[in-house]
Design a binder for this molecule. Structure first.
Ligand code: UTP
Length: 446
């Protein structure tokens, strides 16, 4: 893109301020700014501006209804498990990890997946995810492709981390990195913000950017080539997740589901998890911030919360559904944030108050398009203990505690009791679940 093309594009979109420091930039900075301008998605920026202009929406929404949630019995679990194992053995399952976030609550510099979580080995989150896939490959004699979404902020560091750790034993060709999109932030007047004289402030477009990024980076085509029909989706911060749980996969396939979710009972009415609801003729996720007090505290006749289950973002998608959604305009979510800005004299100001809007897409917003949605209940003690905060709840300390408690239960199921307080760690490549212990595979402890 030339300067003249950039100028005319910006003028026609009423964003000429982006070039106001042009004359002060050196040739390299000018080229990099032109590259950023060329990458701007003005159709989305128009949608963002329309959102800013919108008066508080007064649309009357239908009352949300709690969906049916499947609870396995021993028999239905066994049936689903067998069906899921067949899908895994046939090489039809891919694993998709979203790891493009910035982990600001944890306050860790670097990709969150590189954060050390092994109670004994200090191995990182990425180790636990990768080794589970290795364990599945071993068990089902397959090669599950592992797609990892990064962002421009952490892509190089994430790829370097995997290379340094020899892909944690996985085949390099089966670990596929792709970057999510980035978007500019806007002032309340709808103007693109410069955070340096030659640089537009950009931030990741949210985990909802996953599907379009999969398409744009050729990952959907790669899945098609590999014969993938089911995609297991999860977040980087939960090392307890049962990756590609065969029973979940079996249920998803047997119901011919487009989008399946694992849900767990919320700790309390206001826990910060989205809830699945039926509104009118479709399913949707209601974020906890959008549940009214009445809805959050609503009870059933037996005293349970009516919206009892929350979503920890453990999903299955059918390949066809992802393909269908790839070019869809997803809704935008808006957040008022502190964004560094370039003053008129070119100095960079870090504002003390929120000054601009960031926009994100959320993965669950494709749910209303799904013809079949399946919700499966699971016990959070077995599968969910995220590392969100540096301290307190959902922190490294609680996660390490919960991981070890789970492994202890597996040992107990095999009549092995360890002295209280003895640290414990199992390598998921060898021990995917309690049944592997029965087979006498590796047990690491101190
Ligand atoms: P969170 O909402 O927990 O965000 O992301 P985060 O960035 O990890 O942490 P905070 O909020 O800054 O403290 C949930 C999952 O979605 C991914 C994250 O990497 C995490 O796995 N994510 C989030 C993306 O991949 N891209 C994004 O733009 C946002």
């Amino acid at each position: 893109m030339t300067y003249e093309q950039a100028k005319s594009l910006l003028e026609s979109n009423n964003q000429s301020q982006v070039l106001r420091f042009w004359g002060t930039l050196n040739a390299t900075a000018q080229q990099s700014l032109l590259k950023q301008i060329a990458s701007l998605d003005f159709a989305s920026i128009e949608r963002m501006k329309a959102m800013l202009a919108q008066k508080a929406a007064e649309t009357a929404l239908a009352d949300p209804i709690a969906p049916e949630v499947v609870e396995f019995t021993a028999k239905t679990h066994a049936e689903a498990y067998t069906a899921g194992e067949q899908e895994l053995r046939a090489g039809k399952v891919a694993v998709l990890l979203v790891a493009g976030g910035q982990g600001s609550r944890l306050g860790y510099e670097g990709p969150k997946g590189a954060y050390s979580i092994g109670p004994i080995t200090q191995k990182p989150l990425f180790y636990f995810h990768s080794r589970k896939i290795l364990g599945l490959n071993r068990r089902y004699q397959t090669r599950i492709p592992f797609y990892i979404m990064t962002s421009d902020v952490n892509d190089a560091a994430t790829q370097a981390h995997f290379a340094e750790h020899h892909y944690f034993g996985l085949n390099k060709d089966d670990v596929i990195f792709f970057q999510q999109g980035v978007w500019p932030a806007l002032t309340p007047e709808g103007k693109i913000i410069l955070d340096q004289p030659g640089h537009i402030f950009m931030s990741p477009d949210g985990h909802g950017g996953t599907i379009s990024a999969l398409e744009k980076n050729g990952c959907l085509a790669d899945m098609q080539k590999r014969g993938i029909s089911t995609i297991f989706y999860f977040q980087v911060d939960n090392p307890m997740v049962e990756i590609a749980d065969p029973a979940f996969i079996g249920l998803h396939i047997s119901k011919k589901s487009d989008f399946s979710l694992k849900l767990c009972a919320k700790r309390d009415a206001k826990e910060g998890m989205g809830v699945v609801a039926i509104r009118g003729d479709h399913f949707e996720m209601i974020e906890y911030t959008e549940l009214t007090d009445e809805q959050a505290n609503r009870r059933t006749a037996n005293g349970d919360l009516y919206f009892k289950y929350g979503s920890p973002a453990i999903h299955l998608f059918s390949f066809d559904f992802l393909k269908q959604e790839a070019n869809r305009n997803m809704p935008l979510h808006i957040a008022f944030k502190k964004i560094p800005v370039c003053a008129d004299d070119g100095t960079v100001i870090k504002p003390e108050k929120n000054n601009g809007y960031k926009f994100e897409k959320f993965i669950f917003d494709v749910m209303p398009d799904a013809k079949t949605v399946v919700n499966l209940a699971f016990d959070r003690a077995d599968e969910f203990s995220p590392v969100k905060n540096a301290e307190g709840s959902d922190s490294p300390a609680t996660c390490k505690h919960d991981m070890q408690a789970k492994w202890r239960r597996w040992l107990a199921a095999n009549s092995i009791t360890l002295p209280e307080g003895l640290p414990l760690e199992l390598d998921p490549a060898c021990v995917l679940d309690a049944s592997d212990l029965k087979k006498g595979l590796l047990l690491e402890t101190r």
